[in-house]
Design a protein around this ligand. Structure first.
Ligand SMILES: [Mg+2]
Length: 107
């Protein structure tokens, strides 16, 4: 499968968007939708850590994809490209952690 870049993803995601009469309605939808989908990711992890369920990785992947879709929509809503947001984030991380991420992550 050919790799899908941020900009291509953003264009494809926008084709599945519903139309809004007012920009504030779209802003509300992307803000609440992003929080809701992030909550679904958190719930999968919470249930796993509580011992109630093993992580269903396919479900987790699907919910992370839903978060990504709302990120694409938020970028469109505010006039950003996902590429520029990703680039800005990496620049911030490089400034904050010039020697890498020692102390974080799984070793
Ligand atoms: Mg979802």
């Amino acid at each position: 499968m050919e790799e899908l870049g941020f900009n291509d993803y953003q264009v494809l995601a926008s084709k599945t968007r519903k139309e809004f009469d007012e920009i504030k309605d779209m802003q509300a939808d992307v803000g609440l939708g992003l929080a809701g989908e992030a909550g679904e990711v958190a719930d999968i992890i919470k249930k796993h850590l509580a011992g109630a369920k093993l992580i269903d990785f396919e479900h987790l992947k699907e919910e992370l994809g839903d978060v990504l879709w709302y990120i694409a929509e938020a970028c469109d809503c505010f006039g950003f490209s996902m590429q520029e947001v990703a680039q800005k984030n990496i620049e911030k991380l490089k400034k904050r952690h010039p020697n890498g991420f020692g102390g974080y992550g799984i070793r």
